[in-house]
Design a protein around this ligand. Structure first.
Ligand SMILES: O=P(O)(O)OC[C@H]1O[C@H](O)[C@H](O)[C@@H](O)[C@@H]1O
Length: 302
């Protein structure tokens, strides 16, 4: 695994520094992507002449050791509170287990940046030994393809001799015109865990509208979810692979005031739909096995 030297980046990829973070801006004929080395975190994605698809907080702080609010933080090798995960995920438990795992604040290595007629392909890697306190030898690679659409593929490869169980998420913050005028289709009839009411198991009735704080883990999902945005007259289509679960999150008014890097009224402009492997959908990797969590994002006018 060797890092790409800045001189070998294609002209579509520009290095820049935002606050304390090394970043890249990728410009293709159809879209622009901003991303940080820390966490291999996508910060923003927009197609030319359109509002952003992936939201970046107006109060984003670009600090070392802290995930940037917005974009697509990678949650791995556990999602959320480790203590809430199935016991098999919690097995190699570090003493101080941060929320959303270990990798969103580490520096990944950019190992690939290739431009072609359709866009730009990038890949980041994180070596197994990068995770002190978490012994399983599991290598991570995040492949990103940016152009007319955005494609993400997060691969976990168990290079050790013991099985590894992980939970994870591509914690995508989607930009919306007005969260009170969106609905999410594809969840109908699916079971979910209502984390705001004792982690009870419930079942979704109809499409989901957002009318208050929302923090749910949906299970048994179909591959396609659609975010219908009436205010911006567009639909975002999320095609997941290697995943049957997703976390739907909006902090609403009260939690917005408690969140870091988040304006009091920013809840109205975002909705997280986090393509995941969570709870019943955790990933079991036998020695030598590999799993890829994928998301393809497209959008079309309503
Ligand atoms: O503030 P963070 O650690 O980035 O977490 C932000 C959010 O992530 C997920 O969506 C969780 O389900 C939420 O409960 C949490 O508030």
């Amino acid at each position: 695994m060797s890092a790409i030297e800045p001189d070998f980046l294609p002209p579509e990829v520009e290095s820049l520094t935002l606050g304390e973070l090394a970043c890249w801006r990728v410009r293709t004929g159809s879209a622009e992507l901003l991303l940080a080395r820390q966490g291999a975190q996508i910060l923003e994605y927009r197609r030319h002449g359109e509002p952003p698809l992936i939201w970046l907080s107006e109060q984003a702080a670009f600090r070392r050791g802290e995930a940037v609010r917005g974009g697509v933080p990678v949650c791995w090798p556990w999602f959320g509170d480790l203590g809430r995960n199935p016991a098999e995920v919690a097995a190699p438990r570090p003493d101080d287990a941060p929320f959303h795992g270990l990798v969103r604040t580490l520096d990944w290595t950019l190992v690939e940046a290739i431009a072609d007629a359709c866009g730009v392909a990038l890949a980041f890697e994180l070596a197994p030994q990068a995770l002190p306190g978490w012994p399983p030898a599991t290598a991570l690679r995040l492949a990103i393809r940016v152009g007319e659409r955005l494609e993400l593929a997060l691969s976990s490869h168990n290079r050790g001799t013991a099985p590894v169980v992980i939970s994870q998420a591509l914690h995508s913050y989607f930009a919306v015109g007005d969260v009170e005028a969106v609905r999410v289709e594809g969840l109908e009839g699916c079971p979910y865990i209502e984390t705001l009411d004792g982690w009870q198991r419930r079942r979704q009735d109809g499409a989901l509208s957002i009318a208050g704080e929302t923090d749910r883990i949906y299970l048994d999902l179909p591959p396609r979810l659609t975010l219908v945005d009436e205010a911006w007259r567009r639909r975002l289509v999320l095609e997941a692979s290697g995943s049957r679960s997703a976390v739907l999150w909006n902090p609403w008014l009260d939690k917005a005031r408690r969140l870091s890097q988040f304006a009091d009224d920013a809840w109205r402009r975002m909705l997280c739909i986090e393509t995941a492997n969570a709870m019943d959908d955790v990933v079991r990797l036998a020695p030598g096995a590999r799993h890829t969590l994928g998301l393809t994002l497209t959008s079309a006018p309503l």
